[in-house]
Design a protein around this ligand. Sequence first.
Ligand code: 4AD
Ligand code: MG
Length: 429
Amino acid sequence: MIYIKDLKNHVGETVTLKGWLFNKRSSGKVKFLILRDGTGYLQCVVFKGNVTPEVFELADHMGQETSFEITGKIKEEPRAIGGYEMDAVDLKVIGKSENYPITPKEHGVEFLIDHRHLWVRSRKQYAVLKIRHRVVKAIRDFFDERDFTLFDGPIITPNASEGTSTLFETPYFDLGKAYLTQSSQLYAEAGAMAFGKVYTFGPTFRAEKSKTRRHLTEFWMVEPEMAFYDLDDDMDLAEEFLEYIVETVLEDRKEELKILERDTTKLESVVRPFPRISYDDAVKILHENGRDFKWGDDFGAPDEATISNQFDRPVMVHRYPAEVKAFYMKRDPENPKLALAVDVLAPEGYGEIIGGSQREDDYDTLVDRIKEHDLPMDFFQWYLDLRRYGSVPHSGFGLGLERTVAWICGIEHLREAIPFPRLIYRNTP
Ligand code: 4AD
Ligand code: MG
């Protein structure tokens, strides 16, 4: 099989390619068929004099998204999409397609999302999902190359880790109820005590009532967890990680970023060091910019935008009021009202892409926190064991894949950053 992406090695040769009809134009004696094969796009020129009358007729009647096989000679053509062109000599239809619902005209987003199974064939969606794939590989490469061990958490869990308000419940045989995982962090902590540095990477579920463009009910999260890391080490890793991801996409997905008309200068400035500001500093920024914000509250999307707009690269906001953060976060020894937490806010108003912290490693303090948060002590016995047997300072963070992809691609809504989005009002197709 020859694919469009490899055509540079076949210039001057006659080859056969297979794919789908992306678009077509005709002008009298010539038909221009744009073939897409999942690796690229190729303009195939069907000239009346070069093919049989049947083939010429066929080229005229193929509907959008017809699958076909086409044979012809490849030449360089800088003006054509992808930079090559085929002079066709033969053509066979594999599967017909009539009245394809998604035409080159504009469609409403609800219509498109109803047809997500077809929409993923569109050029922009193709570009986004190609970038997503590259980001996933960059994530794995980054950790694998730095001696992290992949340590998968369970999807079915007995209790909440990130607060009880966003849990998906499922009946679980004689044991009563189980919940879909909100985060694999607690399990990653067990992994860090066994392997030193681990990461989990998988689907994550939040029954978020928020109907925003930044929330999915099912999304992917990668969670590194490191023994002997404090909050500063955690931030060092987070910035190195983000720089690596962005750099990789800039290098390897140029075509896709072009399709998306992404302003890549914005991505090129994502280099270390990232600004690190405390929650207190962030609140000052809000007040200086005329926002009405009360110390102690969590930032909303407009607050995050105001903060991140001060910087040309991701900003790390650390030391949040402990009240708004999870039970497992260690308090700042300098000020116990604060948690040793960090959120990384993406530039251009994309908001929080990473949430992380140093973890409470003291047994008695953690027991108190579990009580304060009214969490079921018996479920947390295994987690407390990590503090009973050789507890060490440790830290980690979680990066939301779709938020990261949406930011890198410069797209509005998270629903385009995953093949089949799950939203509060939608679980189809
Ligand atoms: O800030 P969160 O809730 O952090 C945790 O779950 C920690 N246990 C992570 C850790 O320390 N191991 O979520 C982490 C990230 C967010 O920054 C965001 O990027 C993403 O997960 N996220 C969502 N993405 C899409 N839709 C949602 N509903 C999301 N909720 C969180
Ligand atoms: Mg968070």
